[in-house]
Every structure is written in C-alpha cells, then in structure tokens.
Design a protein around this ligand. Structure first.
Ligand SMILES: C[C@@](CO)(OP(=O)(O)O)[C@H](O)COP(=O)(O)OP(=O)(O)OC[C@H]1O[C@@H](n2ccc(N)nc2=O)[C@H](O)[C@@H]1O
Ligand SMILES: Nc1ncnc2c1ncn2[C@@H]1O[C@H](COP(=O)(O)OP(=O)(O)O)[C@@H](O)[C@H]1O
Length: 286
C-alpha cells in the first residue's frame, strides 16, 4: 500500500496564443503547486481490475475518473496482469481551475511506477500523462514552470518567494472546453509573461503580484458574474495580488501576511463553502 499526495496548481499567468488544428489551443502560462492536496491511496490487487473509491459523490468512480485512466494506461503499456484499488481522499474542489483530476492522475502515475517497479523516468511519465489531459504533465513534475504548447512543454522556474495563498471557489461551475471556445483571441490583452519570469527569478514578490493575469477572466466572468464579484471583494480586502486560476471559477490572492490571509478568509467564509488558506509548495516531485 502506498499513499501519494496530489497537490493542486494555480496559474500565476495564463495566456492563450492561438487555436490549433487539433481542437486545442497553444498556451503560455506559469503554474505553481499549492499545499491543498488530495491523498491517493494505492493498494495492489491480485485480480486484474482497477477499482476506484472516492469520498465525494459528484466525481465519477468508473473509467471516466482520470485516476482510473492513469492506471489503465500503465497496465496496458506495461502488460500488467494484476490490479489496483485506488482510494481518492478528495480535498481539492472539483471543476475549479485547480487541476484536481489531473493531479490525481499524475499521482497515480508516480505511485504505480514505484509499486509496479516500472522504472519509467519522470519525463516519460509526463509524456504518458499528456494522453490523459493537458495539465497532467505539469502535475507529474509539480514545482513551478512555464507551460507552453498544449501545456506539456515545460520550462522549470525557481519557487516563488514564500507567501500565503487564499483560494475562494464560488459554487457556480464552468467548463474548461466552453471557456476556451468563448475566448476572443483578437481582442485579448496578454500577460507580461517575461516580466513574471524575471520577477520569480529575482524573488520579487511585489513584481509577481503586479503581473498576475489570466486571459480567461472575461469569458468566465460573463458566464459566472459571481467570480468577478469575489475577485473585487478580495482586492477590496487588500490582498497584494488577486487573479482567477485556470478557467475558474476559483480566484486566489497572494499575501505575505498571515494575519491578512486570515482576514481575507474570514471575510469570504460566510459567503461560500470553499475557501482555503494554504502555502505555496516550492519543490518538484522527485
Ligand atoms: C485552462 C487550464 C489552465 O491550466 O486549466 P483548468 O482550468 O482546466 O484547471 C488548462 O489549459 C486545461 O487543461 P485540462 O483541464 O487538462 O484540459 P484537457 O482535459 O486536456 O482539455 C479539455 C478541453 O479544453 C480545451 N483545451 C485544453 C487545453 C488546451 N491547451 N487547449 C484547449 O483548447 C479543449 O477543448 C479540450 O477538449
Ligand atoms: N479524480 C478526479 N478528480 C476530480 N475530477 C475528476 C476526476 N476524474 C475525472 N474528473 C472529472 O473531471 C472534470 C474536471 O474536474 P477537475 O479536474 O477538478 O477540474 P479543473 O480541470 O477545472 O481543475 C469534472 O467534470 C470531473 O467530474
């Protein structure tokens, strides 16, 4: 038996460069992991089956679960004739822009690579992960990176300076696919990705906060105005930097001050179920 931690990601910048012929978009985004994590318990079985159990009702526990798909790909590619029972202790809100499903799949890839002694390198695991979802390669590695292509071309960066992250997810859900389709690529103002990379390299916290930007915000705000209200509220509470993560609807703020982090938390907690105060997770998975 093995327990693997599956942390959420946030997007410090998110830019969409263009539409591709394969139905995906080329992106340029800076992602980092935070200490809000699912826990994945893997138990090897003699029988040739993949079994999923999960502590929430609204996530599929069949072949549609990304953790199932991760186990299936390894089983098929490496001709494994035994099975695995996967228990997902879900702490990351679902359909939130935090890569909850992708990180579960990545954790299963890392965990089964060890339990089944497959000897796959982390780069190969990331490549296998891309067939499950665009965010899986980043989640296989963790840490902080610029992601390009569909999200799989990764350039690693140092961890941003330590800070508090306040995450707030309003109840209304949005579909990632829907948001990509609603983007107006002509009218977009693009994030200062280069400036953000320099700010991270220089450990310039203020510079990082000033450059938080996500081109998906207008499309998500139009579908779910509540997300925009939450962002405004976080800004009014005085967070150093605030932006939406991924396709949303989670909005996060960065702050150096623990007291301020809990002021933001307390200011929002009465309005919604999913508010978290966490730290950045600096290091990549080995
Ligand atoms: C927007 C981002 C930013 O980190 O995150 P989330 O909001 O999902 O957390 C990602 O690009 C989401 O990645 P992921 O959720 O893995 O997407 P996938 O399952 O691969 O694709 C779902 C759908 O989104 C669209 N898609 C996704 C990635 C991409 N580079 N271009 C796209 O156009 C496609 O329509 C695809 O069918
Ligand atoms: N292990 C999983 N955890 C969460 N969602 C999952 C999982 N497997 C499949 N899904 C499905 O993936 C979709 C996106 O969920 P999630 O990965 O949490 O969102 P996001 O891509 O916005 O971060 C949901 O419709 C959910 O039902």
């Amino acid at each position: 038996m093995k327990v693997v931690k599956a942390p959420a990601k946030i997007n410090l910048t998110l830019d969409v460069i263009g539409k591709r012929d394969d139905g995906y978009h080329d992106v340029e985004m800076i992602m980092t992991t935070v200490d809000l994590a699912d826990r994945i318990q893997l138990t090897l079985l003699e029988e040739d089956l993949i079994q999923i159990d999960i502590n929430v009702g609204h996530v599929p526990s069949d072949k549609n679960n990304l953790a199932y798909q991760a186990a299936k790909i390894l089983k098929e590619q490496f001709n494994i004739k035994t099975g695995v029972s996967i228990y997902i202790d879900k702490q990351i809100p679902v359909s939130a822009g935090l890569a909850g499903g992708s990180t579960d799949a990545a954790a299963v890839l890392r965990g089964l690579n060890e339990l089944w002694s497959l000897g796959i390198s982390i780069d190969e695991l990331a490549e296998i992960g891309l067939s499950i979802g665009s965010d899986v390669p980043f989640c296989v590695h963790g840490g902080t990176a610029v992601a390009r292509g569909r999200g799989e071309k990764l350039t690693f960066l140092p961890a941003p300076p330590p800070c508090w992250v306040v995450l707030a997810k309003p109840p209304q859900g949005v579909s990632t696919k829907d948001i990509y389709q609603r983007l107006d690529l002509q009218m977009m103002t693009h994030p200062d990705t280069k400036g953000m990379i320099e700010a991270i390299d220089n450990q310039n916290f203020k510079g990082i906060c000033q450059r938080l930007e996500n081109v998906m915000e207008p499309a998500t705000f139009e579908l779910a105005p509540e997300v925009s209200n939450i962002k405004e509220r976080l800004i009014q509470f005085g967070a150093e930097g605030t932006v939406m993560s991924g396709s949303g609807p989670t909005v996060f703020s960065l702050t150096k001050s623990e007291a301020k982090a809990y002021r933001l938390y307390n200011g929002l907690k009465g309005f919604m179920d999913h508010v978290f105060v966490v730290r950045l997770l600096g290091n990549r998975h080995s």
